[in-house]
Design a protein around this ligand. Structure first.
Ligand code: SF4
Ligand code: SF4
Length: 353
């Protein structure tokens, strides 16, 4: 554990830019976005401090829609360019949890997505405490906290005059030693300050979500409501725009397409959305989820019931991006609370009474 002043973070960014394709929060038109920093060392804006998660998730860094997965000619497969490993600044605890969820699907079980596996083994993550929260943040409703616990190489915690820097991997320790060999350990007062900032923000996030507090596991409420009419009320303003899937750091459904290119062809992936009418369509043209309300329900069932059963973790981090992006002003926290509190047995659909 070290203490670094702000110029130390610039040195760290320089060191990473010499080894990685470096991405960091950067202000564009008054908004923070995840941007590729200039290659020119010394001529690069330092990473901006993002007080809470960015509107964009980290998912597109390693799981792009439209990514070319293979190339072919009549003579067989053609190796594609080997991408430069990427490093990213500004990952928050919810971002790290989202990467762990994607790892569960794409890396840790029978099916291993080669490009994801390669990228995750080579990437470098500089995480950071949240020092503020968006009104839509609700990580604490999952028992999480607004600072990183694991899944990072280095982590920054803001304190007066700079940051406490912690290595979370051997590679992180090596980069830290090489880039900032003289950085001193933090004082007790500095670690106490960090802990106070963390605890105060955690309390604030809990307080801002009190109105959505639930007591039963989300899984229980959703299963209880599976055959009731509440879903029509929850989905009443949904316009099927798919924004919630696109911004979600954990949604990972994709389609594969081939297209002719030059003398051969390429195969590429494209993100799918479970809100699309064609999402569950089968070869004969039929679909079990013809109605939007069924697809809306499936989205909740998947994230909070079937994914935890199949993969051992909830497929939601409480990042709140879907709340900010929803054109229908549908708030996932409010829906989860309504699923627990609006239980009306008289509304159970007749076919199961
Ligand atoms: S469902 Fe919403 S709150 Fe949950 S991880 Fe996805 S975008 Fe974030
Ligand atoms: S973002 Fe909102 S309106 Fe769009 S598909 Fe999702 S729930 Fe429906």
């Amino acid at each position: 554990m070290r203490f670094v002043a702000s110029d130390g973070v610039v040195r760290l960014a320089d060191a990473l830019a010499s080894q990685f394709d470096l991405f960091a929060p950067r202000e564009v038109d008054g908004k923070l976005v995840l941007a590729r920093l200039s290659e020119a060392v010394g001529d690069r804006p330092p990473p901006a401090w993002n007080a809470f998660r960015l509107p964009d998730s980290l998912k597109p860094l390693w799981f792009q829609s439209g990514k070319i997965l293979s190339r072919w000619t009549r003579d067989g497969p053609v190796p594609g360019p080997v991408p430069r490993p990427r490093a990213v600044f500004g990952a928050k605890a919810c971002d790290l949890r989202a990467l762990a969820i994607l790892d569960r699907v794409l890396r840790e079980h029978d099916f291993k997505e080669p490009a994801w596996c390669a990228a995750r083994e080579q990437n470098f993550i500089v995480a950071g405490d949240c020092s503020d929260a968006a009104p839509s943040c609700f990580c604490t409703m999952f028992g999480e906290q607004p600072w990183p616990r694991d899944g990072y190489d280095l982590s920054l915690s803001p304190v007066d005059g700079g940051f406490i820097l912690v290595a979370g991997s051997e590679r992180g320790q090596e980069v830290l030693e090489a880039a900032l060999p003289d950085a001193p350990p933090p004082t007790r007062a500095q670690t106490a300050e960090r802990d106070e900032i963390r605890a105060a923000l955690q309390e604030r996030i809990i307080a801002q979500n009190e109105q959505y507090a639930t007591h039963d596991p989300f899984e229980t409420s959703i299963e209880k409501q599976l055959r009731t009419r509440i879903w029509g009320r929850l989905a009443a303003t949904c316009v099927e725009c798919n924004a919630c899937n696109i911004v979600c750091p954990t949604c990972h459904c994709f389609l594969l397409f081939d297209r002719a290119e030059g003398a051969g062809a390429v195969r590429f992936s494209q993100w799918d959305s479970c809100f699309h009418a064609g999402y569950a369509r089968m070869a004969g043209g039929g679909t079990p989820r013809l109605q939007l309300v069924e697809r809306f329900k499936n989205h909740y069932f998947h994230k909070f019931v079937s994914f935890p059963r199949n993969w051992g973790m909830t497929a939601c981090t409480g990042c709140g991006r879907c709340i900010d992006a929803c054109m229908g002003r549908i708030d996932k926290r409010a829906c989860l609370r309504r699923l627990e509190t609006e239980w009306m047995p008289s509304e159970v659909l007749a076919d199961v009474e």
